[in-house]
Design a binder for this molecule. Structure first.
Ligand code: SER
Length: 844
């Protein structure tokens, strides 16, 4: 039975006009999505636009309930009946029929068309709606009519807009199948399934909450297609119906798992979410950082996480789009048109999230171990900010464990981040640093010591605090961002190309660390309060380990350049971060591919051989005498730190690996020019190298797919050969044009256009005949070439060419037996050929 068709036909026969489904993004700023069948008719209900003729309509409307007033996102997969995307069948009366007819129509459809057994049906009415209560008694026994209050039997589209009391029809799926504590009429269980909601639209709610009567009492009904389909198919869950099982089976196929209802929530979430994702993208909503696009992102990411739970660690959602289109494309043609586009967008979004999901889940699980009731808002924020986990995804993961998240903290951090972004956008110039209290600090405390070469942790005393304007303060209060000066600090201040450390000082976040006029100051975001004199535990972020690997790799790169390119190489700048390094050096020309390979190998060999780092403090003279490389122009103190890393020996104040093995592997990513005589190499090592290799591998996989699995080198060589042979074919096609001679007074005359090598062609023709005159014209790249040749006759090729060349806008001449000329008017070729014919004829 095609329920959509039966429904629309039924109401058409009762005088309703059938209206196609409206877009999921409504023309209504108060709503996130079209969340009910009545949404497209809102302005008719409110009287803002005139009533149509006929004033009764019916539709099968696609709806999204994910965010906003009607939000089913959280229930999806865990109940048998909730969806983010569904289709709602509805009949609407705009001031035409009211309760009596609406109830009678619904009852007729349910019992006579759907043929649902009456002894399975129940209805509810609003506790104050005596009229509906009376009407229903004409159709159904009184003891099957339940009265409920506003919570269950009052329906509103959103916080504002049309609303009214409602009456719902329920289907009893039987106590033999459902018998939880929630399985009673009005409970949250799945046994009594609400299939149809009849809303008696009587009011309009305004933004202050007040309700005014609508111009004409109206009817809005909504029947869930997915629910009725399941009932008709004898299934106890919408997800077991023919609308979902093909999708669930496809997920099972991809995951290589068997679907079982009890443990199958993830399958259901995915099969629901792929429908909303496909429809939203096909209708032009795209993944975004905010608004509707963010809801879409949340839905997709949640599905990807459920895929991950099923062991699917590669993009897969996009593969399900084919099935959605197969199931729904007949009813919604635009899905077919947009299929490939939708798949592409989903795949990209999946890839983005999959890049961070594993690290995010590790962080989540770490924090989970420490969580008693409420999961940390800070970690939830980090999951959001760094790993792309929407808050509701974290909440969803916690719900599975019966836990919740500290949303207030999350919101606070979110607003702070926004404020920070705003502040940094305004910019901070050097002037503000000049006006700060640095001098006073230097006079009072001198430069503070860095103690973080060997320790990532310490207990340090707060010597001074500065506010965001670099003015001294005694305290930074909860949420304030300022600068802290510690007596001794494990946080490395950005210098020598190495970036500044982040981490924790007590519970306060260290956001960055820099040197200001010799002072090592960390940017801090206070939690609760931090005061001068506090002694607090310091913890440098583990990112430092990646930073130091990149720093040591930079030294090896420097040594490699000097060994392979030459000792004229000297450092012109560098930048060392947790995920990349950049090294600028003096050299007049690009480094060749071959040289780069050698450099890369040199560095990797040093890493593989491994050597312990050796650090010596010595005076600058001894350092230089020992062969250590110092940066030209750099000011060093009397005592310097000399770092030996395998074959590299440099003066350096940065942090480094203990053994070169730690670097793992090293890849050069790019070589480029910075300015005259300065080149740049960018490279990655350690974890970033692994990521890079993985990316290359995925790219190669994609190339292989594009080349249909063939070995890429062979396939590309084959393609090149094919192109070459096609080009030759074109050339040959041109040169094999047959030019047949005319005989005039025993002389063979060949005149024509020949788009190829005319000189060769003229020779070829001349060789064929005893007595001959040839005139050829060709065009190439917008220019004309003409040429003539003669043998044993009274025509001089040079004269002929000289006479014709002006016609094609050129000039030239040549020998009696052979001549050529160029011209620029290609459209004059026919004239030139004509004139040549005339001259030749007249002379022979
Ligand atoms: N608008 C009502 C609902 O969504 C009836 O269509 O339940």
């Amino acid at each position: 039975m095609d329920i959509r068709k039966e429904y629309l036909e039924f109401f058409k026969n009762k005088g309703h006009e059938i209206i196609p489904s409206a877009p999921l993004v409504p023309d209504d700023a108060t709503l996130l999505f079209t969340n009910a069948g009545m949404v497209p008719f809102k302005s008719i209900f409110t009287g803002d636009i005139p009533r149509p003729t006929p004033p009764i309509r019916t539709s099968c409307q696609t709806c999204i309930r994910a965010g906003g007033k009607h939000n089913d996102l959280d229930n999806v997969g865990y109940t048998a009946r909730h969806h983010t995307f569904f289709e709602m069948l509805g009949n609407f009366s705009f001031g035409d029929y009211f309760k009596k007819e609406a109830i009678a129509y619904a009852w007729e459809f349910v019992t006579e068309i759907l043929k649902l057994p009456k002894d399975r049906l129940y209805v509810t009415v609003h506790e104050n709606d005596d009229e509906a209560y009376e009407i229903w008694q004409k159709h159904i026994d009184k003891d099957r009519i339940y009265k409920f209050g506003d919570k269950d039997n009052f329906w509103a589209m959103g916080d504002t807009g049309p609303c009214g009391p409602c009456s719902e029809i329920f289907y009893d799926q039987g106590s033999e199948h459902f018998n939880s504590d929630e399985d009673y009429m009005g409970g949250d269980g799945d046994r009594f399934l609400e299939i149809w909601n009849l809303v008696f639209m009587q009011f309009e709610r305004s933004s202050d909450g007040s309700m005014s009567p609508l111009p004409k009492p109206s009817i809005d009904t909504g029947m869930g297609l997915e629910r009725v389909t399941a009932i008709k198919e004898g299934k106890f869950s919408n997800y077991d119906s023919s609308l979902f099982m093909p999708l669930i089976n496809e997920v099972a196929r991809i995951a290589n798992l068997k679907y079982e209802y009890e443990s199958g929530a993830s399958f259901r979430v995915i099969s629901d979410h792929i429908r909303s994702t496909t429809f939203l993208l096909a209708q032009g909503v795209n993944f975004d950082k905010e608004g509707r696009g963010y809801v879409l992102r949340r839905i997709l990411r949640r599905a990807v996480r459920h895929g991950y739970l099923l062991g699917i660690k590669e993009p897969f959602m996009y593969k399900l789009v084919d099935k959605v289109v197969e199931l729904m494309g007949e009813h919604y043609e635009y899905l077919k048109e947009k299929k490939e586009y939708v798949k592409e967008l989903i795949k990209i979004e999946e890839e983005r999230f999959l890049a961070t999901i594993s690290a995010g889940l590790d962080l989540f699980n770490e924090e989970l171990k420490k969580t008693k009731d409420i999961f940390s808002g800070e970690v939830a924020f980090k999951l959001y900010d760094t790993y792309g986990f929407p808050l509701d995804l974290t909440a969803d993961m916690l719900r599975e464990k019966g836990l919740s998240v500290d949303e207030a903290k999350f919101d606070e951090l979110m607003s702070k981040q926004k404020a920070r972004a705003k502040a940094s956008w305004k910019g901070s110039g050097d002037a503000i640093k000049e006006s700060g209290d640095f001098k006073a600090l230097l006079e009072e405390f001198g430069e503070n010591e860095f103690i973080g070469y060997d320790n990532l942790k310490s207990s340090s005393k707060v010597l001074a605090l500065l506010n965001s304007e670099f003015k001294r303060v005694n305290e930074l209060k909860n949420g304030e961002i300022g600068y802290v000066m510690l007596d001794s600090t494990p946080f490395y201040a950005q210098s020598g190309g190495q970036c500044g450390d982040t981490g924790l000082l007590g519970k306060n976040q260290i956001l960055d660390t820099k040197k200001y006029f010799g002072l090592n100051l960390s940017t801090i975001e206070a939690k609760n309060s931090i005061k001068i004199g506090d002694i607090l535990p310091c913890e440098v972020s583990l990112n430092r380990l990646e930073i130091r690997r990149h720093h040591s790799a930079t030294h090896l790169l420097h040594a490699a350049l000097r060994a392979i390119i030459g000792s004229h190489i000297s450092q012109a700048g560098s930048s060392v971060e947790a995920d990349k390094l950049r090294f600028d050096f003096t050299h007049p020309k690009p480094i060749s591919k071959d040289e780069l390979d050698k450099i890369e190998k040199f560095v990797n060999d040093q890493i593989t051989i491994g050597a312990k780092a050796k650090i010596e403090i010595m005076d600058i003279e001894s350092a230089k005498n020992s062969g250590a490389i110092a940066l030209f122009g750099e000011k060093y103190g009397d005592q310097v730190r000399v770092l030996t890393l395998g074959c590299s020996k440099e003066l350096c104040g940065g942090t480094h690996v203990e053994n070169l093995n730690e670097i793992g592997s090293f890849f050069i990513i790019r070589e480029s020019g910075v300015s005259a005589g300065v080149r740049r190499i960018e490279a990655v090592c350690s974890r970033a190298a692994l990521n890079y290799a993985n990316e290359l591998r995925s790219e190669l996989e994609e190339i292989k797919i594009a080349l249909k699995g063939a070995n890429p080198i062979n396939a590309i060589t084959k393609l090149k050969d094919e192109i070459k042979s096609l080009q030759n074919e074109i050339k040959n096609a041109n040169s094999s044009v047959e030019l047949s001679p005319t005989i005039i007074n025993n002389v063979s005359v060949v005149i024509g256009e020949f788009n190829g090598d005319i000189k060769a062609k003229i020779d070829e023709i001349k060789n064929k005949f005893d007595s001959v005159v040839v005139f050829l014209a060709s065009k190439k790249d917008g220019k004309v070439s003409i040429g003539a040749g003669s043998k044993n006759c009274n025509i001089k090729a040079g004269e002929l060419v000289k006479a014709i060349a002006p016609i094609v806008g050129g000039g030239g001449g040549g020998r009696d037996d052979f001549a050529t000329a160029g011209g620029k008017d290609i459209d004059k070729i026919p004239n030139a050929l004509n004139e040549a014919t005339n001259i030749i004829k007249s002379k022979l």
